[in-house]
Design a binder for this molecule. Structure first.
Ligand code: F6R
Length: 238
């Protein structure tokens, strides 16, 4: 596991953007995995400044809420359009987000998994980390071999994400997420974390016991991981 420590979230974003840019320059038809949430925002912003040609890049979202109304601005398909597709100039038809309103969400999850396989797998998966150690919405207890599926969100996650909604009750109870096994198959994992509230989770991911009780600990087994941290999230990393 390569750990890059930086002074600020902005610098962490620049360092992570350099990793993404490198991947795309090497392979203009690269397949990216896209996390949402606040952690990767500085990365997407720094990438924007690079003015890369992303026309051939394919991307898969890491996860999506189940059941948010079609126009709800927190649907990850809308978040990704606003924060990634539009500013970076990705081709919308090459970006796949699970449909959280599919009549049979489990079938949609299976189709999503197939789409990743058909694209040849993910070259670079961008990840955040939950304060409870989740990756995607794989909450503690998720199997390391899990595939894309419907999951129930942990109460801590719903609380953590309530800041994006008008009221805590509005946070969905379920999501479709790439499984831990799916994530593990990405050829390169790029995990970004910022802020003191992530310091403990980051340390457990990097140097704690490898256990399904703390999903992010899985990264220690992956052959190619880059973690980019700001100063405060790196505090407990030895
Ligand atoms: C988002 C996702 C989540 C977040 C995590 C951290 O697509 O899958 O695992 O990465 O909850 O969220 P932030 O970055 O908002 O602290």
């Amino acid at each position: 596991v390569e750990v890059i420590r930086t002074a600020s979230a902005r610098e962490a974003g620049a360092a992570a953007a350099a990793v993404v840019a490198n991947c795309i320059v090497e392979n203009p038809r690269a397949v990216l995995g896209l996390a949402t949430g606040s952690s990767p925002l500085p990365t997407y912003e720094a990438l924007q400044e690079k003015n890369l040609d992303l026309d051939g890049v394919k991307a898969f979202a890491l996860d999506e809420y189940v059941g948010l109304g079609p126009g709800h601005e927190q649907r990850y398909r809308h978040v990704i359009r606003r924060e990634v597709i539009q500013p970076l100039g990705l081709r919308p038809s090459l970006v796949r987000v699970p449909d959280g309103l599919a009549p049979a969400p489990e079938d949609e999850a299976a189709r999503f998994e197939t789409s990743i396989r058909c694209a040849g797998g993910i070259d670079l998966q961008i990840l955040g980390i939950g304060t409870n150690g989740h990756l995607g919405f794989n909450e503690p207890g998720s199997s390391f071999s899990s595939r894309t599926r419907v999951v129930e969100l942990a109460e801590t996650t719903r609380r953590d994400n309530a800041r994006f909604f008008d009221s805590p009750d509005e946070v969905p109870t379920h999501a479709i997420t790439q499984g831990l096994g799916t994530i593990f198959e990405a050829r390169h994992l790029l995990l970004v974390a910022n802020g003191p509230h992530k310091a403990q989770a980051v340390a457990r991911a990097v140097q704690g016991p490898i256990t399904e009780a703390f999903p992010a600990s899985m990264i220690q087994r992956h052959p190619h991981v880059t973690i980019v941290l700001d100063r405060s999230s790196a505090r407990f990393v030895g």
